[in-house]
Design a protein around this ligand. Structure first.
Ligand code: GRF
Length: 202
């Protein structure tokens, strides 16, 4: 059975969506570790309540990104993690980490990539005046929010939307497509071919 390692920095609602999908059998995997770079991340307590092992690795305790990434990688290996899911993890992971977990490292982003990568994607969408936005689950490569796309879901942007209302509409879709993408991966139904992620078999 696959073992997920979920990296968070805050609220952890996507982590909970993944953990609940595992507990309910919608993802054939267990969550082996929820790891945060922020000691007070609310998601840690939620993971603890679900009986999931948690760990804090404060990035400020390391002098370099590589040193921090190395500690994170080591912890994931110790927990026998086979798929790493970034879920609101607010630290960039360096090329060494990305290489070590290539094809086994996913992220969720609150826009229809390649539009609006980086921070505050929902605000960027509103400021740009787009009429449709959404969520993207993708494999992580060495460029920010630019890896091969697994699943996307679109939502309308309403004229009276605020960052909060748009974020809430997108989040609902995040909680739907992230478990779906992880389930496809652990069932070995995803094939990365260059930029394409093919979904195989039924
Ligand atoms: C989500 O919007 C996710 O797409 C982005 O950061 C946010 C994390 O929210 N990467 P949560 O911590 O999962 O509730």
């Amino acid at each position: 059975m696959s073992t997920l390692g979920i990296l968070i920095s805050g609220r952890g609602s996507n982590m909970m969506a993944l953990a609940d999908a595992c507990a309910e059998g919608r993802i054939r995997a267990r969550v082996g570790l929820v790891l945060s770079n922020v000691a007070g991340a609310p998601g840690l307590a939620e993971a603890g309540r679900r009986g999931i092992e948690t760990l804090v690795i404060d990035h400020r305790a390391s002098r370099t990104r590589d040193e921090h990434d190395g500690k994170v990688a080591q912890a994931l290996r110790e927990s026998r993690v086979t798929l790493v899911c970034l879920a609101g993890y607010m630290r960039l992971l360096g090329p060494g980490f990305v290489k070590a977990f290539e094809g086994r490292l996913m992220n969720i982003h609150p826009s229809l990539l390649p539009a609006f990568p980086g921070l505050d994607a929902q605000r960027q969408a509103l400021e740009h005046g787009v009429k449709v936005s959404g969520a993207t689950v993708h494999y992580v490569n060495e460029s920010l929010d630019a890896g091969p796309i697994i699943l996307q879901a679109a939502v309308p942007v309403e004229p009276d939307d605020t960052e909060e209302t748009l974020s809430a509409r997108i989040l609902e879709q995040e909680h739907r497509i992230y478990p779906e993408a992880v389930s496809l991966h652990v069932d070995n139904r995803l094939r990365i071919e260059g930029r394409q992620v093919r979904v195989t078999g039924r």
